[in-house]
Design a protein around this ligand. Sequence first.
Ligand code: B3K
Ligand code: ZN
Length: 857
Amino acid sequence: MRDPAPTAVHLSDYRPPAWLVDAVHLTFRLDPGATRVLSRIAFRPNPAVPRGDLRLDGEQIRLISAAIDDAPLGDAALAPDETGLTLPADQLPDGPFTWTAEVEIDPAGNTALEGLYMSRGMYCTQCEAQGFRRITYYPDRPDVMAPFSVRIEAALPVLLSNGNPVDSGDGWAEWHDPWPKPSYLFALVAGDLAAVSDRFTTASGRGVALNIWVRPGDEDRCAYALDALKRSMRWDEKVYGREYDLDVFNIVAVDDFNMGAMENKGLNVFNSKFVLASPETATDQDFERIEGIIAHEYFHNWTGNRITCRDWFQLCLKEGLTVFRDQEFTGDMRSAAVKRIDDVLMLRARQFREDNGPLAHPVRPESYVEINNFYTATVYEKGAEVIGMLKRLVGEDGYRAALDLYFDRHDGDAATIEDWLRVFEDATGRDLSQFKRWYSQAGTPRLHVTEAWESGTYTLTFRQETPPTPGQPAKAPQVIPIAVGLLNPNGHEVVPTTLLEMTEAEQSFRFDGLAARPIPSILRGFSAPVILTRQPDNAERAFLLAHDTDPFNRWEAGRALAKDALMRMVTDGAAPDTAFMEALGRVMADTDLDPAFTALALRLPGPDDLAQGLYEAGVTPDPLAIHAARETLSTAIAGAHAGRLEELYRAMDVPGPYSPDAGAAGRRALRQAALSYLTRLDGGRLAGAQFAAARNMTEELAAFDCLLRAGAGAAAAARFYDRWQADRLVLDKWFTLQAANATPAEAVAVTRRLTEHPDFDWTNPNRFRAVIGAFAMMNPAGFHDPSGAGYELVADWLIRLDGRNPQAAARMASAFETWHRYDADRQAQMRAALQRIRDRAELSRDMDEMTGRILEG
Ligand code: B3K
Ligand code: ZN
């Protein structure tokens, strides 16, 4: 049945709860098809608001019985609707009372993977954002916080919930979480699991037992996650003064999971992809992501759990801040410069794309139909950028003072963005009312620059403008921190990084006393999430690539050269730009550079980045032409630098046992970049040799990738499959690379064939993403096939998935968010595919909202 007519929830309608919860006791009698949940909840009237009804959310659960203060409620008093039940104020006791209820739920039949569900024989939960209401009747909103006690009964060896273990026996276990928490942080896991354990002593001397729970057999793949956890715990103590606050910290790896991981208090649940790693099965990139996600979920213990969100509109309060914190952590563990470049690549690829299309929304949205649709790049990544800007504006000390105040003032609270900004104002004396627009205005500001030079004075004039976004036709000027440095024509820095604070629509900044007209390095470190429209000539870009002291802008200059070369190839049929290739040669020859940085410089702008750039420049992008230009330029680079590439390939070999550290990973990244160019010259000879002799998954997968791209991957694909068919996570990579690398002409057929493979278990979110997600997001030339067959294929699968797992399906609908960029035929095909999804008889609320917004925006 189609979901009931979706209604939007508005931030402006927020009302505090009429009833608060003092304690929650839950008993679970686990059974795959009929789990019983007994709840005992102590309610009391919220003294801050007038007496009111008590609304208990509940969906897809069968109410068996309920009582108030142990007096059973008859059927008449209990009339649940589709989404819960309301207990009218006049039928409730005047003061505190206890609600008890027994309900039955069906974990095995729960394919949405929200609430309590089963993953290959294991029980697990996912409650954020609104999954708890599928477990029992409860005020399922983040501003209702309570301590939880949980008893689990099941004939399974491992029974876990939040907090500290209290007691256990044969077939049962009890847990108590003393820290008041909202229901979205509740978790339960039960199954046949093995632990890899360690201990951590906090700065104040508290001993903490650390466990990573996995399926028996996976124990040898947990060491890195465990190490990353300990480093995260220490880092949060050192950098933010935050200690862990329970006796145990449990992490569980689950195979069927809709997202990356979940920060449930004391019991993090992870997609197994972001826990399990060994040198043979995981790449350097996997190791880095595991480190970052382990840190992210751990950091949520303070930014998210101890201080949570008042309502879901405040999601960026915990997500933007926690992303910012995990970015800082990775920057400290690895290279800060390389991390910044990686983050900006991701921001532009995902958030700018979102911000410049029909799904654009503010970092703090003002309304939603399905909150799960708002776990977006804007809330997460732009949310983190906004915090980075705040930190730049108030400085290191101001930031630390504000954060200390935040933790002091709001520990135990369900807080808002207003609370967050107020601690910065109180700690630093700054007025942030204009800055607050970053939270309410959607869209990526364009920053235009003009320069003037007159007798020793150099003036930069900036003009900001943000294009209209859905529901927001006009924008007011925002506070833009612009980090600028100036170089003299000899390449020496004459003005070191200076932070200009732009607050007006148009504003000038003067630099006096200069001997010669300087070359500006603007937006150093990508100091604000804006699009700088300035198009310096290529000589200036090459100059900055050679001399800028800011590593981000140095890389940015190279990227601008590459982008310009590619865009001219696409629009004017230009030949590969020799000046760009020479500049790249100089980067390759510079042995002072961090290999990880050089590897990034060798990576050409991605197809989606180019499509965005062309559209921005008023040109309708043709994905096939973009693909062809990238191919041609890559081959030209290989030809022009064959000797140097071979030398890099040899020099960047990392001998000895594998270590995932940043230094070794950076060398391997550069070596693989060289291999991918060299494959264009030798048809895959070197890649074939590397594939045969690979010492770790990083080498094996990179070689396989090169062979596929060279059209010489059939034998490698067969071998890789034979070797790894029993390993779910590695097999996902096998699927992904084939869908992502198929040539434009073959991509639809290849992807369709992959979906017919016996190992294509589309009900597993990782596997579905590995094939359909990879095709739709990583193979734009295939997805945008002029016949429309790529859109059809993805739409068919989204229709199918929507019936089973609406959240995962709706997320992937964003593959269509770029329809407005393309030619009339493609636009019509993309819109028709979206419409076909919408015509589905049982369209989910998730998908209804996503496709509706994409089509209307
Ligand atoms: N907070 C979770 C995301 C939950 C998504 C719900 N649709 C993971 C994270 O951001 O850490
Ligand atoms: Zn998070």
